[in-house]
Design a protein around this ligand. Structure first.
Ligand SMILES: *[C@@H]1O[C@H](CO)[C@@H](O)[C@H](O)[C@H]1NC(C)=O
Ligand SMILES: *[C@@H]1O[C@H](CO)[C@@H](O)[C@H](O)[C@H]1NC(C)=O
Ligand SMILES: *[C@@H]1O[C@H](CO)[C@@H](O)[C@H](O)[C@H]1NC(C)=O
Ligand SMILES: *[C@@H]1O[C@H](CO)[C@@H](O)[C@H](O)[C@H]1NC(C)=O
Ligand SMILES: *[C@@H]1O[C@H](CO)[C@@H](O)[C@H](O)[C@H]1NC(C)=O
Ligand SMILES: *[C@@H]1O[C@H](CO)[C@@H](O)[C@H](O)[C@H]1NC(C)=O
Ligand SMILES: *[C@@H]1O[C@H](CO)[C@@H](O)[C@H](O)[C@H]1NC(C)=O
Ligand SMILES: *[C@@H]1O[C@H](CO)[C@@H](O)[C@H](O)[C@H]1NC(C)=O
Ligand SMILES: [Cu+2]
Length: 580
């Protein structure tokens, strides 16, 4: 009897002690020079950059009172990796779960966090977070399985940095002048938003190091000279301990490891991050893809330069095993494939596609459509052709196959869930072949929310549709978000209608901008099946044009301009007129 009382008291403790952590954030411009090469305008919070790391404990409520103090552009915040289970409206992407905040507008994000682990938050408005509005979000777990195995914890972010602001880079990237879709290459790699980060350690101790890659584009290889890392978490999911000498972290991925320091303090060690140059179409002269920090045992001793490594041989995250030992979810009830492709459209620019569709935002945030569509909410068409809508029923076991028909690496991210990585092919394996019996799925697959897909390869992911809501699935290379590599998953909208509503201050954001809050993707609230006037991507290229043709064309237009090949001008005029 006594022990029963004690146990039930204990189970009450979390709710008794859970607290509300409140931040007041005014998004503002400021200046910074994180790589020591160039001072530029950045997007900060409350006049400061880097912006605050959010720290909270599992079970706590996070309240962020957000003001858009930028005079000229809109903003919103997304809490990367948090499931927002029951609070879909707090997820953050503009035109998906809310209207973006116009200059001067304010709203409150307010939700509880029941997941421990390493996360981050960033603006989810086109191309904005590379300009600085990104930081770690740490959910501590004093009762977690590894809590007693380390003495201290510390966060280290990895990122990339551009000297130019995103809007002009984007205009050049997504234009007829860049028909091959070459992504702007960062100027520098950063570690903790700086270079030369000092990490002072004590001998004979164990640290839990939380790594977060907040880059716009670059994945990084990461290692600490003379030390082994013991991986215990990826993207908020605990794993069985796994030893690694080198880690590969794509944009948006996180990973925690235990690091036991040496007993001697006679030497310091380089901590190295190295951007994956495979991602870059060309390596600009003078680019240093590396960033160095130091594990400092003794401030009196020298800080060594990193040694060169001959080959990058990082730990393969596919081999990780979840700490809870959960088996592969068998017998999917909903299986579908997304084919990744890059191609030009009629405006000559290079776009990214899932199954032939490049994402274009709807007129009404997709969540608002789902909540107001009655029993038509299960009909994908109402969400608009180019939002790439896919509807799941409650408790579906979803199997998502990604076939990468592109020679680039892509880190795909799902909002609202972690997924099991059942299978990942090698480079150039082609499309996933379900009848190939030599393919073996992981029996206890690692779960995470962002996964690397190899060039020309495929992955098979599984998750349960147990979180009613509207969740984006997209590549986390910011350039590819901008060129449309996004699909919209609408999960159990019928259940959503019975359980969730939109806070008044969110609706007020839209209303003050005269943006519709009901209706289908075309803002038609009378007839949800009539999509007349919906936002659509540019029309396809006229038959016979190829990316190469456009390169030749652009070149000849320049030539024509200087009076050599006047005739090709006709070609370019035709191209412009075909733009939808
Ligand atoms: C936010 O910052 C901007 C720019 O500094 C300032 O003009 C504005 O008054 C601030 N708003 C609030 C509510 O603090
Ligand atoms: C946050 O939401 C909770 C639960 O709905 C509510 O009690 C609380 O007042 C809200 N806080 C703010 C600052 O809006
Ligand atoms: C990295 O930056 C974060 C946020 O400012 C800080 O909490 C952390 O201690 C830094 N890490 C190291 C190793 O200094
Ligand atoms: C460091 O010292 C501790 C305690 O004396 C010992 O248990 C441990 O094995 C030593 N570690 C190394 C790497 O020598
Ligand atoms: C960056 O590090 C890699 C791996 O050690 C090395 O191959 C490369 O030369 C380094 N780059 C520079 C500019 O030092
Ligand atoms: C949807 O709801 C309408 C009106 O509430 C009803 O007439 C119609 O039969 C329903 N359709 C389906 C497919 O359930
Ligand atoms: C898929 O695998 C089956 C069985 O190995 C094989 O017969 C078939 O040719 C494969 N299909 C493709 C498109 O490779
Ligand atoms: C969401 O919460 C429900 C219980 O309310 C739970 O069954 C489900 O597993 C949760 N889903 C996620 C993704 O957290
Ligand atoms: Cu991509």
């Amino acid at each position: 009897m006594k022990s029963f009382v004690a146990a039930s008291l204990l189970s009450l403790l979390p709710s008794v002690f859970s607290k509300t952590v409140t931040y007041d954030f005014n998004v503002t411009y400021t200046t910074a020079n994180p790589d020591g090469q160039f001072e530029r305008r950045v997007i900060g919070i409350n006049g400061k950059w880097p912006i605050p790391t959010i720290e909270i404990e599992k079970g706590d409520r996070l309240v962020v009172n957000l003001v858009n103090g930028l005079p000229d552009v809109e903003t919103s915040l997304h809490w990367h990796g948090l499931f927002q289970n029951g609070t879909n409206a707090m997820d953050g992407p503009g035109k998906v779960t809310q209207c973006a905040l116009a200059p001067g507008q304010k709203m409150t994000y307010n939700f509880t966090i029941n997941q421990p682990g390493t996360y981050w938050y960033h603006s989810h408005i086109k191309g904005q977070y590379p300009d600085g509005i990104r930081a770690p979000l740490i959910v501590r777990d004093p009762k977690g399985p590894y809590a007693k195995k380390y003495d201290e914890e510390v966060v280290i972010s990895l990122s990339d940095w551009y000297h130019d602001e995103n809007p002009p880079l984007l205009a050049k990237f997504l234009s007829v002048g860049n028909p091959t879709g070459a992504e702007p290459v960062p100027n520098s790699a950063l570690m903790n938003e700086t270079q030369g980060m000092p990490f002072h350690v004590k001998p004979g101790r164990t640290y839990m190091v939380r790594l977060v890659n907040m880059a716009a584009f670059a994945a990084q290889y990461f290692w600490i000279e003379g030390h082994t890392m013991r991986i215990i978490e990826v993207d908020g999911e605990y794993t069985e301990e796994a030893e690694a000498e080198m880690i590969y972290l794509t944009a948006a991925q996180r990973l925690s490891f235990l690091l036991t320091t040496k007993n001697e303090t006679t030497k310091n060690y380089a901590i190295v991050g190295s951007m994956d140059e495979d991602l870059f179409d060309q390596i600009p002269d003078g680019l240093n893809s590396n960033v160095t920090g130091h594990l400092i045992y003794s401030a009196a001793r020298p800080l060594p330069e990193p040694a060169f490594v001959d080959a990058f041989e990082p730990f393969d995250d596919f081999t990780l095993v979840p700490f809870d030992g959960e088996d592969l979810w068998e017998e999917p009830t909903y299986t579908f494939a997304l084919e990744v492709m890059m191609d030009n459209l009629g405006d000559g620019a290079n776009y990214a596609f899932f199954n032939g569709i490049t994402y274009v935002p709807p007129k009404v945030p997709t969540l608002y459509t789902a909540l107001n569509a009655g029993n038509l909410s299960l009909t994908p068409e109402i969400y608009g052709r180019d939002t790439n809508p896919i509807v799941f029923k409650h408790h579906d076991v979803v199997e998502l196959i990604i076939n990468n028909n592109d020679p680039g690496k892509h880190p795909f991210h799902l909002h609202g869930h972690t997924f099991q990585l059942a299978y990942r092919s090698d480079v150039d394996a082609g499309f996933f072949n379900a009848s190939d019996e030599s393919i073996e799925f992981a029996k206890k697959p690692m779960r995470r929310d962002t996964v690397l897909v190899n060039p020309g390869g495929n992955v098979v992911l599984r998750f349960r549709a147990d979180n009613p809501g509207v969740w984006l699935f997209h590549c986390h290379i910011e350039w590819h978000i901008e060129s449309g590599l996004i699909a919209t998953f609408i999960e159990a909208p019928d259940v959503l209608q019975k359980t969730q509503t939109i806070p008044e201050d969110h609706l007020a954001i839209c209303k003050a901008q005269n943006l519709p809050v009901v209706g289908n993707a075309a803002a038609n609230a009378e007839d949800y099946l009539d999509l007349t006037g919906q936002n659509l991507s540019p029309a396809p290229l006229p038959a016979g044009f190829t990316a190469r043709g456009i390169v030749a064309l652009v070149f000849s237009v320049i030539a024509a301009f200087i009076g050599i090949a006047v005739i090709t001008l006709y070609g370019s005029q035709e191209l412009k007129q075909k733009k939808a």
